[in-house]
Design a protein around this ligand. Structure first.
Ligand SMILES: CCCCCCCCCCCCCCCCCCCC(=O)SCCNC(=O)CCNC(=O)[C@H](O)C(C)(C)COP(=O)(O)OP(=O)(O)OC[C@H]1O[C@@H](n2cnc3c(N)ncnc32)[C@H](O)[C@@H]1OP(=O)(O)O
Ligand code: NDP
Length: 452
């Protein structure tokens, strides 16, 4: 059977979300590990005054691409940016581009999404669900398509404690929800969002669950796989250890703790912190693309891409790790760092008062008296809002079944297992991943290495 690199040779690949955290790593690994891939078509929108071409060429200059650049200085010739705004009808792809895509694409990786926990429901629905539906419709017009890989999240079903690698019935029929929200004013949608999302913690996990249902509906017509990563962190090994370019999930928490701002947070010391390095997720994604295209499974296969089952690491251990900040605070720290976790709500409230609000009040008073604008209370209010949204995930445990991931591993040749390593088995990888990402944070004054 063809190796993964052999399979991708000569193939045209369509990627959404290529300018995002995971998308960039996917583009890089595909170019580096599958050097004979024919072309990567990236659906990109113009943003912040930059055209989509400018955005893509800036992205390719980033440090993440150093190794690809070394191997093949002309790698950019394989990248074809296509202008697309995913929440517009027809994904706002021009007729000529559509013609090109439908005639040549062999594999689609759908990474784009809004991952904000506080996204208004209508927008999360438009991007995470309706755009997925539109992309699938486009995929159905591609005669040479061999695989459609949808990136979901391990938390799409976080209202369950045990999560198998199957697609669960959606909380609501997506079409019904789309139709009923269409005519509603935004303020009404905002008011009824908590009732609609029910036992989901936010609009993100809720719409990702609906997207899986949309994908499943088409699985008889296309060869589909769904990848469900847990909390995606910095790279473990490739293209170099510790690469990360965002403040999502634990990263923002680490920085706030390293600057001595965040000193208390509600988390369960004994709950599994299911962190997975971005390079492992991308390896699984590429391997799943290969398997789906070669084996054409009859139903969509779901890959829970998690680590807790094989190599559990706990929030308490991360908390211990952050003690290193006591000796090495990040630059321009507000105070000497001293971050602690508690699972007790009242205790947390007490420490918020004593070690967050009170010092902020004092500092703002000092700023006022010295003729400057007070700012610390504002910063803490934002921090508390963000932490409030994350605590749901750090206070409880989930258990994921990873049969399909194991099955996929067993199908890889020994050579592919080296290139597309899937399971970070050594127990040191969590600490390596966190340590290197902390180095990334501290070495650049807490701005990240490659902010797009
Ligand atoms: C006491 C400490 C002990 C610590 C040990 C225990 C650690 C526990 C950590 C628990 C983490 C749990 C994480 C669970 C995650 C579950 C994951 C589910 C997995 C997924 O499927 S997808 C990925 C998940 N999505 C996210 O993580 C997104 C969550 N974030 C949001 O929804 C929003 O960011 C949030 C939290 C609502 C905040 O919004 P807002 O206030 O509007 O701020 P922005 O994010 O838009 O940022 C504005 C601006 O500020 C910059 N920024 C953000 N954070 C920092 C920072 N720490 N330092 C410096 N700058 C920061 C940000 O880049 C923006 O800049 P722009 O220039 O882009 O405007
Ligand atoms: N990060 C994590 O911890 C996890 C992520 N996931 C999933 O992985 C996938 C990728 O996540 P991640 O890379 O972290 O997310 P990012 O927020 O870093 O990237 C999101 C991507 O989607 C694109 N996008 C957003 N809106 C639009 C739009 N309207 N039109 C075109 N493109 C758009 C963004 O483009 P632009 O640059 O133009 O904004 C960006 O390229 C998502 O599906 C997410 O659910 C799953 C589990 C964990």
């Amino acid at each position: 059977m063809a190796s993964i690199a052999d399979y991708y040779a000569g193939k045209s690949v369509l990627i959404t979300g290529a300018t995002g955290f995971m998308g960039k790593v996917l583009v890089e690994k595909l170019l580096r590990s599958c050097p004979h891939v024919r072309a990567l078509y990236l659906l990109v929108r113009p943003k912040a005054g930059q055209s989509m071409q400018e955005r893509v060429s800036d992205m390719m200059k980033c440090k993440l691409f150093d190794r690809v650049r070394e191997d093949n200085p002309d790698f950019h010739q394989k990248i074809v940016p296509i202008s697309s705004e995913l929440i517009q009808p027809g994904l706002a792809i021009g007729p000529e581009d559509k013609e090109t895509l439908t005639s040549c694409i062999n594999i689609i990786f759908h990474c784009a999404a809004t991952i904000r926990f506080d996204e208004p429901l209508k927008h999360a629905l438009q991007l995470n669900v309706m755009a997925t539906q539109q992309l699938i419709s486009l995929a159905q017009q591609m005669p040479h398509l061999q695989a459609f890989i949808h990136i979901s999240t391990a938390y799409a079903n976080c209202n369950r404690r045990h999560i198998d690698d199957i697609i669960y019935p959606p909380p609501v029929e997506p079409k019904k929800l789309i139709d009923s929200l269409e005519w509603m004013e935004d303020s009404i949608v905002r008011d009824i969002t908590p009732r609609l999302i029910g036992d989901h913690p936010n609009t993100y996990t809720y719409t990702k669950a609906l997207a899986e249902c949309v994908v499943q509906k088409e699985s008889s017509k296309l060869s589909i796989a769904i990848i469900r990563p847990s909390i995606v962190g910095a790279s473990w090994q490739e293209p170099f250890p510790g690469w990360i370019d965002n403040f999502n999930g634990p990263s923002g928490v680490f920085i706030a703790a390293g600057k001595g701002i965040l000193r208390t947070m509600r988390a369960n010391n004994d709950a599994v912190a299911d962190l997975i390095p971005v390079d492992v997720v991308i390896n699984l994604t590429l391997a799943a693309g290969w398997y789906t295209a070669v084996h054409r499974p009859k139903a969509a296969l779901v890959y829970n891409c998690t680590t807790g089952g094989i190599n559990p690491f706990h929030w308490g251990e991360i908390g211990m790790f952050l003690f290193s900040f006591k000796r090495n605070p990040l630059e321009q720290a507000f105070r000497r760092p001293n971050a602690n976790i508690t699972s007790n709500y009242l205790m947390n409230q007490y420490w918020i008062l004593v070690s967050h609000r009170f010092p902020a009040l004092l500092y703002d008073l000092y700023l006022r008296l010295s003729g400057q604008k007070p700012q610390m209370m504002r910063i803490f209010n934002r921090l508390h809002k963000a932490i409030g949204l994350l605590e749901y995930f750090s206070s409880q445990d989930w258990e994921w079944n990873s049969e399909n991931m194991n099955m996929l591993m067993s199908h890889l040749s020994p050579e592919d297992r080296k290139v597309q390593y899937l399971q970070p088995r050594p127990s040191t990888y969590h600490t390596a991943m966190i340590a290197t990402s902390l180095q990334t944070f501290s070495s650049r004054h807490s701005t990240l290495m490659c902010v797009s």
